[in-house]
Design a binder for this molecule. Sequence first.
Ligand code: HEM
Ligand SMILES: *[C@@H]1O[C@H](CO)[C@@H](O)[C@H](O)[C@H]1NC(C)=O
Ligand SMILES: *[C@@H]1O[C@H](CO)[C@@H](O)[C@H](O)[C@H]1NC(C)=O
Ligand SMILES: *[C@@H]1O[C@H](CO)[C@@H](O)[C@H](O)[C@H]1NC(C)=O
Ligand SMILES: *[C@@H]1O[C@H](CO)[C@@H](O)[C@H](O)[C@H]1NC(C)=O
Length: 379
Amino acid sequence: MVSFVSFVSLALILASTASAFPAYGSLAGLTREELDAALPSLEFKLPAPTPGALNYTGIKLIHDGAHPWVAPGPDDMRGPCPGLNTLANHGYIPHNGIVSPAQIIAGIQECYNMENKFASFITYAAHLVDGNIVTDLLSIGATNPKTGTPPPAPAIAGGLDTHKVYEGDASLTRADAYWGDNHSFNQTLFDELLSFMDKYGGGRYTWDVIHEYRYQRIVDSMENNPTFSFIMPRYFTAYAEATFPINFFVDGRVTQNRSLSKEDALTFFKDNRFPDDWYRVGQSLSSEGMAGIVDAHPVRPGANTNGVNTYEPDPTSADLSPEQFCDVYINFVNGDVKRLYPNPTGVLLKALNMNLQMFYDSVAEQCPGLQQFPYGKPE
Ligand code: HEM
Ligand SMILES: *[C@@H]1O[C@H](CO)[C@@H](O)[C@H](O)[C@H]1NC(C)=O
Ligand SMILES: *[C@@H]1O[C@H](CO)[C@@H](O)[C@H](O)[C@H]1NC(C)=O
Ligand SMILES: *[C@@H]1O[C@H](CO)[C@@H](O)[C@H](O)[C@H]1NC(C)=O
Ligand SMILES: *[C@@H]1O[C@H](CO)[C@@H](O)[C@H](O)[C@H]1NC(C)=O
């Protein structure tokens, strides 16, 4: 009887996974056979146009009466990014965590005043590797970390939790994928961050704190994670994300010596909630302060090559010097995107070319004439 019941439920699971590829499931890295199985059930949607820059870039009350915090339910997607989880919890992007790139860009501009081109750059980069480019949907994670509910359909639908391209090692408050959980808030790590606030920041998240803590997290992974990888694009996101708490989480009414209290850090990182009566910053920002973090303790892009404590620089990865910025774009397109989509055809090729165009538009001013066409120029 028991085995009959489990046989029936297994058959049901197999039937449901076979019939419906989730509309937000990423197609990146799928084999030809997997693509052939998934694509017929997906409806092509033209990518929503990239939102323009904000017209009003001053401070603004964001935690207002129209946007209360609502805890994620068991079927809502949440992932490793406290910035985006917070937007979903307050309804600035869909509460279920399944969003279009345009919705993300609009949300991070409105709520955090993130600069338009920078917001577009990180959003299309994430969508190209972790989103479903045919349906124009990206999942900001795979599970609700509060309940641990598994994703409703195939596990490939990891969204931003997908390890190795966007999500990566040496996070501030999330453990490395090597330890099993690559996306949930980790209290042990947060406690370590608090101790750095005491030691270097008079009890607050300051630039001095992040200069030391960013480096300490890298050293921790060098010494303890045999699979530690720290090359582009993770090399960039690891440093950029370390600036976000000061640039974006500090209340906009504070304009001098901006730093984050322990309480507000916990509110964002753990609860994914805006502090009460919270205002966004009063100017458009991107990753200001990033060079200072690198300069405090320079680490070359690289990886542990043969177990712990075998970190070697990887000269094929760009670094964060301004003269290598366009290499970051070029290598991402010709390396990561091409590797994950080696031979796209039909609607997939069309969607890729459209998203690659929107991605290039975000860097066109900095990288004129350097647009890459890994699949040839679309006519
Ligand atoms: C398109 C927009 C964004 C995407 C796709 C994105 C994605 C991600 C991902 C995948 C991570 C995990 C990296 C890792 O730990 O391995 C992350 C971390 C982080 N994100 Fe975002 N993010 C976005 C925008 C933002 C914004 C606007 C903020 C702040 C307002 C933010 C704040 C952070 C912070 C502070 C972390 C570090 C978490 C930690 O290491 O503990 N992100 N983000
Ligand atoms: C800025 O204003 C223009 C003209 O009114 C409008 O079309 C555009 O959508 C606005 N941009 C944003 C981000 O709201
Ligand atoms: C939290 O992070 C620490 C240090 O990386 C790790 O050893 C531990 O397993 C993590 N805890 C959980 C619950 O994932
Ligand atoms: C990262 O987390 C996702 C969601 O739980 C999981 O599917 C994936 O296997 C994890 N990746 C690694 C390498 O642990
Ligand atoms: C900002 O910090 C500097 C250097 O620590 C200090 O001299 C200055 O008084 C601070 N300004 C404000 C407004 O707190």
